[in-house]
Ligand binder design. Structure first.
Ligand code: GCU
Length: 420
């Protein structure tokens, strides 16, 4: 007994030391008392009882709130967009896959941006379902395939990868293969479509480049208060990629996937574009799947301070003020209904608040029930690596903030229950 006490003390002091200087709450007993806005009661207090009321009233008002007050609105339509098949081959992955590389160009006000999508499709069937997801450092980082060009776009510096001048070099080829179980996907009949997110909008607090500036009026140098931050810009890029994918001819369903900040973008893409057949959030945390009102791990104030460009400016009024938010992230998740949704967490990723991510799936499930779909009914988190896989799915795995083979194995098994 004494020993237990001693080790508990030692553990607690180690935790205290591990806390960053400004302290974030990793203590469940310090989670404030909060009330979650009810999914099935409208802002004006009406009960929502049918699918139709959900879709026409409640879903619409929630979507609008997130659009204006959280992620920000896309200011206008594009003047034009186009796709160009840059390259195609039948012998990728030792002959297992076909590869296509497609340039997507978006045009507005005589300005253009172009980003490249890398696609691998399993051979064997004329069409295959694909996972569509952004990568963090360039398409060339997800594969050993020498035919994938190094991105020329701005990339974040990274000591481990030897990136010091915001430029990716040949040395960064294949540095992120462990996050993309491409062969597993192919062997199970799935393809992958991936894009470097920085080609759509470089991830820095500067709105002079990327997709935002296409829409500026003369003299404008950043989006307006209720307009899009970077997360909404990335989501928009995924939607335009979907415009290509749905017409490719060799692709059936598209499941949008994202890790961390890109998981936030995948969720917002799934919410705003119903063509995505399923949505996967891997460790998306604050502003993604995690409930904001718990203020556990990363908080609204913290994320808006470290990454002032991610959300609409209007979201900043909820800094240290989560209590007054008329929505929470379970409502974002509910916007996917009745489409399959998977939220995953990792034990050592407390920053992303695994419990808040789990609870969010539980509360969102109420809307799935309106459609006769099964969600996460449990109120307690499942054991580690004991996935719950219904139309709404959740798992927590061992390890850190990352995407692992374990994660992909679960996504693939689950996807097989609904993809064509
Ligand atoms: C930071 C940030 C998170 C984000 C993560 C990531 O940790 O605080 O909100 O999800 O970066 O994208 O890896």
């Amino acid at each position: 007994m004494k020993n237990h006490f001693f080790f508990a003390l030692l553990f607690l002091s180690a935790m205290a030391l591990a806390q960053p200087e400004e302290s974030y709450n990793y203590d469940e007993t310090k989670v404030p008392k909060f009330q979650l806005p009810d999914l099935l009661t409208s802002f004006s207090g009406n009960a929502i009882e049918t699918q139709q009321q959900w879709e026409e009233n409640r879903r619409f008002e929630i979507l609008q709130f997130f659009e204006k007050q959280v992620y920000g609105k896309v200011p206008d339509r594009l003047d034009e967009y186009s796709f160009k098949l840059l390259e195609e081959s039948n012998d990728a992955y030792g002959g297992k896959a076909r590869r296509k590389q497609v340039a997507i160009s978006l045009k507005k006000n005589k300005r253009t941006i172009t980003y490249n999508m890398l696609i691998y499709l399993p051979k064997g069937n004329p069409t295959a379902p694909v996972f569509l997801g952004y990568n963090f450092y360039g398409n060339h980082t997800v594969t050993t395939d020498p035919k994938v060009p190094i991105t020329e776009a701005w990339v974040s510096n990274n000591k481990t990868f030897g990136i010091t001048d915001n430029k990716a070099s040949e040395n960064t080829r294949s540095v992120r293969t462990h996050r993309w179980a491409i062969e597993k996907m192919l062997d199970n009949g799935y393809g992958l479509a991936t894009i470097y997110y920085g080609e759509v909008d470089p991830d820095k607090n500067d709105f002079s480049d990327g997709v935002h500036q296409l829409f500026y009026q003369e003299g404008q140098d950043k989006p307006k208060t209720n307009e899009w931050g970077s997360i909404a810009a990335w989501a928009f890029g995924l939607s335009k990629a979907m415009d290509y994918l749905e017409n490719d001819g060799n692709i059936s369903d598209v499941i949008v996937f994202g890790h961390s900040r890109l998981g936030k973008a995948a969720l917002w893409a799934g919410a705003t574009d119903k063509r995505f057949a399923g949505v996967i959030s891997n460790d998306s945390g604050c502003g993604g799947a995690a409930l904001s009102k718990r203020k556990f791990g990363e908080t609204v104030e913290r994320i808006n301070t470290s990454f002032p460009h991610w959300f609409a400016d209007s979201f900043k009024k909820y800094n240290d003020n989560e209590r007054t938010l008329p929505v929470d992230q379970h409502q974002l998740l509910a916007l996917m209904a009745p489409r399959p949704l998977y939220v995953a967490s990792a034990v050592e990723d407390q920053w992303a608040d695994p419990k808040g991510e789990f609870l969010s799936t539980h509360y969102a499930s109420k809307v799935y029930e309106l459609y006769g779909k099964e969600g996460v009914t449990a109120t307690n988190m499942p054991d580690v690596e004991q996935p719950i896989q219904k139309t709404v799915a959740y798992h927590i795995r061992n390890g850190k903030h990352d995407v692992t083979d374990y994660d992909w194995e679960q996504y693939i098994v689950w996807a097989k229950t609904f993809t064509k």
